[in-house]
Design a binder for this molecule. Structure first.
Ligand code: UD2
Ligand code: MN
Length: 346
């Protein structure tokens, strides 16, 4: 009995130890299980993954043929107000000779690959800024310096495209802008396009870079012309057209090589479609044009008057639908998308 009782005691102790171990292992299992569920709450759930995938597919679908799939930050639900509270009106422009690209990049660190969208609200329009360019680096720097904060104060979703004409053949502003339109649509289904000279800096941020029901001419006046409209029907410098408006007129003519005429040609196209050019009030639509001489390779186009007389006959076959070019490179730089292109020669 004495022996039995000590054996029974030992057996009981073993039982307790066993029970304790069992409890501990159950607790361990439980904690592992709940740890897993915390992790899974942080990781995208199947539903979230589906949303992300749909967003990126949407982005890809919008981007036409583009292979680049980017996850853009989720768009806030609230639409931005009609008038941005960030506007300042007339702004002081600054053309500091020592300005460096790096400084402009640092000041605009919310711009990624030339693109920006407000974080607190959904922009009312998505706008592509198209800048035709060759060998005007200084002008481009001043424009980027002023334009990025200007567009951000207007609470726009936007991207800046610089379309560089490769080679030394005669410059063709209009064809470069057609290329810009076609290339930008490969990235995103922009609502509105701003065709923008590199040397024109807007002086008032109430001159809105959005498209209206009618094509809009944004440069009523500039310093060089005493801020007066150049001539009736003038449609040069900076213009805004909706995606559909520009497609309807078949874009710019591709056949204007050298200086002049291409802007008047676009006005004729617009009028042929019974559209009417609108302008913001003169006190807002003011620009400073950085001083320059006529560039070599952009001599006056002596044929421009002759070409303008044919616009009515040829606009259907000379334009976006006949724009042939070879893209040399598309570089997504911090502050703009640089499209270098071979557009041929006259
Ligand atoms: C006027 C128009 C411009 C256009 C041009 C005739 C205004 C304010 N602007 O500009 O829109 O109709 O006449 O073609 O009325 N460029 C280069 N590199 C070159 C040559 C031109 O980048 O070598 C680009 C640049 O964006 C420049 C634009 O083409 O701003 C127009 O050329 P411009 O500035 O020499 O002509 P401008 O000031 O007479
Ligand atoms: Mn100019």
């Amino acid at each position: 009995m004495g022996i039995c009782s000590s054996t029974c005691k030992m057996l009981r102790r073993v039982k307790y130890v066993f029970l304790l171990l069992l409890t501990l292992s159950v607790l361990a299992w439980f904690s592992m299980f709940s740890g897993g569920s915390v992790k899974s709450a942080l990781a995208p759930s199947a539903a979230t993954k589906a949303v992300i995938k749909r967003d990126s597919m949407q982005d890809e679908a919008n981007s036409g043929t583009s292979k680049v799939v980017r996850l853009i930050t989720p768009t806030p639900i609230v639409e931005c107000p009609k008038e941005s509270p960030l506007l300042q009106g007339a702004v002081r422009l600054n053309f500091e000779p020592s300005l460096k690209l790096k400084e402009v990049e640092v000041e605009n660190n919310q711009v990624t690959e030339g693109r920006y969208q407000p974080s607190s609200c959904t922009a009312r329009q998505s706008v592509a800024i198209l800048i035709p360019h060759r060998s005007r680096e200084r002008h481009l720097l001043y424009l980027l310096y002023h334009l990025h904060p200007f567009l951000q104060r207007q609470q726009l979703h936007y991207a800046v495209y610089v379309i560089q004409q490769a080679g030394n053949a005669t410059f063709n502003r209009a064809k470069l802008l057609n290329v810009g339109y076609l290339e930008a649509l490969k990235d995103y289904r922009w609502d509105c396009f701003i065709f923008h000279d590199v040397d024109l800096v807007p002086e008032n941020d109430k001159n809105l870079y959005i498209c209206d029901k009618q094509p809009k001419h944004l440069v009523v006046g500039r310093n060089a012309t005493g801020y007066k409209l150049h001539y009736k029907g003038y449609f040069g410098g900076v213009t805004a057209m909706k995606r559909e408006q520009f497609r309807k007129v078949n874009g710019f003519a591709n056949t204007y090589w050298g200086w002049g005429g291409e802007d008047d040609d676009l006005r004729i196209r617009v009028e042929l479609q019974k559209m009417k050019i609108v302008r913001p009030p003169a006190d807002l639509a003011r620009y400073t044009m950085v001083f320059h001489k006529r560039d070599s390779g952009n001599e006056v186009n002596k044929d421009r008057m002759k070409l303008l007389r044919r616009t009515t006959l040829v606009w259907r076959k000379d334009g976006l639908n006949s724009c042939k070019y070879q893209t040399i490179s598309v570089d997504r730089l911090p502050l703009y998308i640089n499209v270098t292109v071979d557009i041929g020669k006259p």
